[in-house]
Design a protein around this ligand. Structure first.
Ligand SMILES: NC(=O)c1ccc[n+]([C@@H]2O[C@H](COP(=O)([O-])OP(=O)(O)OC[C@H]3O[C@@H](n4cnc5c(N)ncnc54)[C@H](OP(=O)(O)O)[C@@H]3O)[C@@H](O)[C@H]2O)c1
Length: 307
């Protein structure tokens, strides 16, 4: 399977990771279709189709013309976990995955590969035990349950001719979006010390390696099932923040203890779990399959992204 011959549909492709994939794939594949709830102007290589993430519609014709389906749709988890937000976080993932499954089922010649987003957050909090695809322990908190429901909806779909890969994505570090931007902003203000006790592991991946890994999975027809997408090694929050301060050349790094973070999270309407949970995601299957990361140290990744 050569990328240059492929048409790709990306559901939820207007967000941070979708834009990373579009930038990477637009010079490498034949055409990209993006499913979005909002109108966007098309370009030479990218066609936008409207969907609502729930119901069948005209958008399903993108699948009939595509070789690959990538699903990234889901309400951002960067919000307070109120009952309404919790329901929207779950529904936006489960319903969109089911809608795609039905469309794939009804499609005469569906894409031969379906890559569905999941998250490295599916594993329980771990500071020292690496969580790989085979032995990693799945947790039972709200966000861990979301990931389990999401993957269940995905693997409920089965069609012999469709290869399915669920990607448990670590925190992707990027130039224009994602978790790095707010951390960079507070660091520049002098608050780039450790968060909480600073021992929590950050499983991360450079945006280019994320896109390369998706390309690797697409072009390796023998690979299916669950894949962790992360750099080979995580880094403790304390050391990540030290690296970031050094690269930003900000000597002052005030620590943010848990109570202060709890207060701040309430004010900016988010949850501390996003920065305090320790994620030790090991990309064992990706490494065993022969994928070579370009960015293996956070220092290299941050220098590249912030220079
Ligand atoms: N970024 C990371 O580091 C990371 C790490 C692990 C997992 N993930 C997961 O990977 C996926 C993509 O991440 P991202 O950072 O690109 O997220 P994002 O920037 O929030 O983009 C997600 C996209 O989903 C669509 N969406 C939102 N609510 C929806 C709904 N109710 N129904 C249907 N579509 C909806 C939106 O597209 P429209 O508004 O155009 O419809 C949006 O552009 C997410 O599901 C996220 O949980 C991300």
């Amino acid at each position: 399977m050569e990328l240059k011959n492929l048409n790709i549909t990306i559901a939820g492709g207007t967000g941070f990771l979708g834009q990373v994939l579009i930038e990477y794939f637009k010079t490498r594949v034949k055409h990209i279709y993006v499913l979005s709830r909002n109108f966007r102007p098309n370009s030479k290589k990218v066609t936008y189709l409207i969907w609502d993430g729930k119901n069948q519609g005209d958008w399903t014709r993108a699948l009939a013309s595509s070789d690959v389906l990538i699903n990234l749709a889901g309400k951002s988890v960067d919000c307070r976990y109120t009952p309404a937000n919790k329901k929207a976080i779950i529904d936006s993932r489960v319903e969109s995955t089911k809608a795609l499954g039905l469309a794939m089922h009804n499609c005469e010649t569906p894409p031969s590969v379906w890559v569905n987003a999941s998250t490295g957050t599916i594993y329980e909090h771990s500071e020292s035990t690496p969580m790989d695809e085979e032995h990693g322990r799945l947790g039972n908190t709200f966000s861990e349950e979301v990931a389990k429901k999401w993957e269940r909806a995905f693997f409920d779909f089965y069609r012999r001719e469709v290869r399915q890969v669920a990607v448990r994505i670590a925190i992707v570090l990027g130039k224009k979006g994602g978790a790095l931007q707010p951390i960079k902003a507070i660091s520049k203000l002098g608050f780039g010390g450790q968060q909480g006790n600073g021992n929590q592991q950050i499983s991360w991946m450079h945006e280019e390696d994320f896109a390369r890994a998706i390309g690797f999975i697409i072009t390796h027809p023998e690979q299916e099932g669950i894949f962790n997408l992360a750099a080979p090694l995580p880094i403790r929050n304390r050391h990540f923040m030290q690296n970031l301060r050094a690269i930003l050349k900000v000597p002052l790094g005030i620590n943010l203890p848990r109570p202060l973070l709890e207060l701040g999270a309430r004010l900016i309407k988010t949850e501390t779990e996003l920065i305090l949970k320790s994620r030790y995601v090991q990309p064992k299957r990706l490494l065993n399959a022969g994928f070579k990361h370009k960015f293996t140290s956070p220092e290299l990744a941050l220098k590249d992204l912030l220079s």
